[in-house]
Design a protein around this ligand. Sequence first.
Ligand code: GLY
Length: 434
Amino acid sequence: MGDKVLIPDAGGRGVALARTLAKSSDVKQVFLAPGPGGGIRHDKISCIPIPLTHTKDLARFAKENGVALIVPGSEIPLAFGLYEQCRLYGLRIFASGPKVTALESSKIAGKQFCRIHDIPTGPWAWFKNHKDARCYIYGAEYPLVIKTDGLAEGKGVEICQDIQEAEAALEERMVRLIHQESGKRVVIEQYLGPTKNELSAHALCWGEGAEMMAMSKDQKIYKGMTGGVFAFAPVPWVTASEFSAIEHHIMRRTVHSLCQENKPLIGFLYPGLMSTSQGPKVLEINICRGGDPECQAIFEILADDYDLYHALQSCVDHKRPEPLRWKKKYAACLVMLSGGYPDPEKMRVGFPISGIEEAEREIGVVVLPAGVEENNEVLFTAKGRVLNILATADDLLGAIRITYEAADIISYEDKDYDPRISEVVKDKMRQIRA
Ligand code: GLY
């Protein structure tokens, strides 16, 4: 006996989630749809070839196979109606409906929500008319941030240093429609600080409340990409008072405000935050998904005997889960990339990968597949984000160093990763001490 779980996700975050849920003695099988493409190496986890957007097929599969819980890793299936399909088929899902997820799918809705409920965020304005947006940027202070209103696959945000850059960002979104309809409306907001001061908060939400997870930080902006290419948890420079401000003024206030609006949030709450001298401020609100690769690092430090499956089931029943417990360790996650990514013209894939088992054996890391193909037990690079290397240690710099040692051992043509994380962390620690 035992339960089956379905995780719609196409990368390393889903694999990390699957491995954590599979630790429960009540889980006998976890399906990843479509999963990372191969390289799973876990008795309880398998991949099924259903794309994230085919939500009817996902729900039908879950019904026919007696899936006890669906846990979306990615936001895409929710944007394509997975919640509604689950309602139709009578399936349990650790997620909320479109009234709640609208906060993620529209930056304007997220900002308006913060304004109404006194959730700290930076000054902002929104525009649906190119001419009005242009007038605004001529009177603005720089740098400023221009964001596509709708979903833009993590590419909607641009930091503009001057009017020329702001003109170009508006032109791309509102005239050339590089993000299609999503970019017809934009948010323009004050620049709150450098990315090194960004933080990621996560909580498990059960409608009436939120259980805080370990703080994490992802490292973005590498060779033109703005998705996370490294993450770690916890964040040693988050003080108890900053953590408390995040928990009470941002996480709980968000969940309670949603509940008051009769939109109970079931699922992950994952705001991107900026740590400022006036306290933490919300940059964006992500709902019903966790960060990639932050989740990989966070789940690595969850206590081994903590049953995350039970916790998610409690949340779906609107019940407070057992308090989360954490290892006294730091975890780091290095995302190994295909050279040229994210430019589809320059990126080349299809190369054999070697050294994974050696890195795991010799360095003690865990290597998760993220975008691979498997042929006769050999893994090949298949996407921009290829592998996730996970390491834990008693100190953060130690965990980071281990991931780089493992990355040296793993080999494939056009291998790439951001080599700067130790320096970024050392720099931040020097700044804290000064
Ligand atoms: N870590 C960035 C994201 O998941 O959106």
